[in-house]
Design a binder for this molecule. Structure first.
Ligand code: ADP
Length: 296
């Protein structure tokens, strides 16, 4: 990475914190799916930096807003935002660097309780004040008072239209259309509140600090049905039974969750089809079959 970029990042940290910061050591961090990530240090401070091309600055702005929104709930530890900017064809987001530890079953239990507390933070409407991204895909958050409408238009229709543009036409689209027409069926006896959501809560976006406190990061924040966050934790695994037990103890789930979790994960699998291709489109179609069988 060109030296000039570190100079711009240093200047941005210095300006925001009011204390001169000069990178004395930098090391790349793996595990991300989109950006290059680094830890940078001077003799007494460490920061976490994500870098990408300059045109990704809006993505970092939205991520910074999401981290701040989550932090304002004071429910789960969130990396504190330091600054974001761009120069010389690079954009960056700088946050507090957190040294991660292992986290045992107590930490998992705590995460369950803290996630339930996060979900208790609610808003007047579903959506958010701004759009953001899910992976590299735009995520639209136009506010609505009706959850089924929000989920149909801002989540399913958006991804299905994108899928059509990516060549996933035919039966995927027809089944998607039928699901969207019948979406109210899944909410006949269940009306969620607009809960503050992480929005992209797979196992790679949570960790535990050195003291075992849960940390969540890399969000795709909006206000929605809390079941959507829980469904995503189940999609790629990595969350323990202690986590789920603690969550349900703090805030029991409706029986219909076991069906709706497929509905919520369909959004992420459609997004994966749009980002990574055909095998996910096949998975999306079999999820659609499963959901359509519920409304026959
Ligand atoms: P991407 O946007 O590319 O998916 P992530 O936000 O997931 O990147 O970050 C990449 C990796 O960096 C994560 O998997 C995690 O291990 C680590 N990480 C994320 N945030 C921090 C932080 N504040 N401090 C230390 N490490 C972090």
């Amino acid at each position: 990475m060109p030296l000039v970029c570190w100079q711009s990042v240093e200047a941005s940290i210095t300006q925001t914190t009011g204390r001169l910061f000069t990178v004395q050591h930098q090391s790349q961090i793996s595990g991300g799916s989109i950006n290059r990530a680094y830890r940078i240090d001077d003799e007494d401070r460490s920061y976490f930096v994500k870098l990408n091309r300059a045109n990704t600055l809006p993505m970092f702005e939205a991520e910074a807003d999401g981290l701040s929104e989550l932090a304002s709930a004071s429910a789960i530890r969130i990396p504190e935002v330091v600054c974001f900017s761009q120069a010389h064809d690079q954009a960056w987001l700088v946050t507090e660097y957190i040294a991660f530890g292992r986290g045992g079953s107590d930490s998992s239990r705590l995460l369950g309780q803290q996630l339930a507390a996060l979900h208790q933070c609610d808003a007047e409407q579903f959506g958010w004040f701004r759009n953001n991204t899910i992976g590299l895909t735009q995520q639209c958050n136009q506010c609505s008072g009706a959850w089924p409408e929000f989920y149909r238009e801002e989540r399913l229709r958006f991804q299905l239209n994108l899928a059509a543009r990516n060549g996933f036409t035919g039966s995927l689209q027809q089944k998607g259309e039928r699901l969207m027409e019948s979406l109210d069926t899944f909410f006949s006896t269940y009306q969620p509140q607009p809960s503050l959501l992480h929005g992209d809560l797979w196992g790679g976006n949570r960790a535990f600090d050195a003291a075992g406190q849960p940390v969540i990061f890399d969000p795709a924040v909006y206000y929605g049905d809390r079941e959507a966050d829980l469904a995503m934790t189940e999609l790629f695994g990595g969350f323990s039974s202690e986590f789920y037990d603690a969550y349900r103890e703090a805030w029991p789930l409706d029986d219909g969750y076991s069906v709706r979790k497929t509905l919520y994960n369909l959004y992420h699998i459609l997004n994966h089809a749009n980002l990574f291709g055909a095998s996910y489109a096949a998975q999306a179609e079999s999820m659609l079959d499963q959901l359509l069988s519920e409304i026959r």
